[in-house]
Design a binder for this molecule. Sequence first.
Ligand code: NAD
Length: 387
Amino acid sequence: MTTLFVAKESRDGETRVAATPETVGRYCKRGFQVLVQAGAGEAAFFADQEYTEAGAEIVADFATGCAAANLLLKVARPTLEEVEKMKKGTLLVSFLQAAQDPDPARALLAQGVDCFAMELVPRTTLAQKMDALSSQANIAGYKAVLLAACELGRYFPLLMTAAGTVKPARVVIFGVGVAGLQAIATAKRLGAIVEATDIRPEVKEQVESLGGKFIEVAPDEGAEEASVYAKEASEDYKRRQAEAVSASVAQADVVITTAQVPGKRAPLLVPDSMIAQMKSGAVLVDLAVEQGGNVEGSEVGKTVQRHGAFIIGTPNLPATVPVHASELYARNIQHVVDHIVPSKENDALELKLDLEDEIIAGSIAMLGGEVRHPLTAQALNPEPAQS
Ligand code: NAD
């Protein structure tokens, strides 16, 4: 029998919750026992009473839930204090992001806690419903544009008024993954002129279909056909990219950067020299600020001023939209649970991981005290820096 525990997030600023009354109702209907930590949904505006009405039992604290459950649902990477309270053999389903901070992953390993890491879910059609990176990046891209619009001392749309004509804002977006595409769409809806660039030239069509202009940078000679993920750019590529974007950035009112390379530090794309060319009062939003930053000088949790431009480094933007971020994340997790504990006739809803399954095998960071995923292994034992 599987007992699920929905934890209250303990990290500062984390407002999301891994299950909503809607998904708890579905778990209970399937026959799971569901425990929810008191106040787990509070910051996302889901009351304890809604969870009990959906069939859950409220437990007072994290330790009590961990002691009773064998499946632990969370949003953010656990803290070391949380890991201490988890019991051996529990399966944690959560973001782990060991590359950003390997210590919780090490602690889970030492404690014998198994982990299905949400950021490792393969980007395949089959796994799309479980893809929390996408559901959350979409929100981050949207919110980044709104933050920029609020900080900018100008309008976004073209306006023709009796008092004169207002020119539309110019927005440049670096990185056209899920967040970048949503940022383009949101900035277009607000009436801006949008340009975007990405190391993967195949995204040009997607940018154009949203009404943006793609800033082309010739790929490195002999570059391999890209996978869905970007590889680290060569120094030569970075130089050509800087040349191609510099005129657009100099004219821009807003720059939004979303570029990431899985398992690596985010590439630095907007150096100080480029910021120095920007208009006074321009706004940059660095969505990669927690992965090392795409914009020189961006700081986690701060808006800093540099050469008269404002650089916004708000971390964890999905947590600023807690209702929809939780609803979408909770559904991603529910599809994971349905996948790892599939329904069978007369079954006892037993938690037994099928490691032959592509999605499960691809998303398990650690199992039975052993690291199973290459990206987790790399984060725990980074290669020495090349001199
Ligand atoms: P990401 O967050 O890893 O990176 C954001 C973007 O930054 C990417 O488009 C990447 O190419 C770009 N980038 C990296 N280095 C760069 C550089 N030096 N200069 C400019 N741009 C740079 O990306 P993501 O949002 O997770 O999406 C990655 C890919 O996965 C996309 O192609 C997306 O469409 C695809 N995807 C596929 C599925 C699926 O098939 N189910 C689901 C989601 C995403």
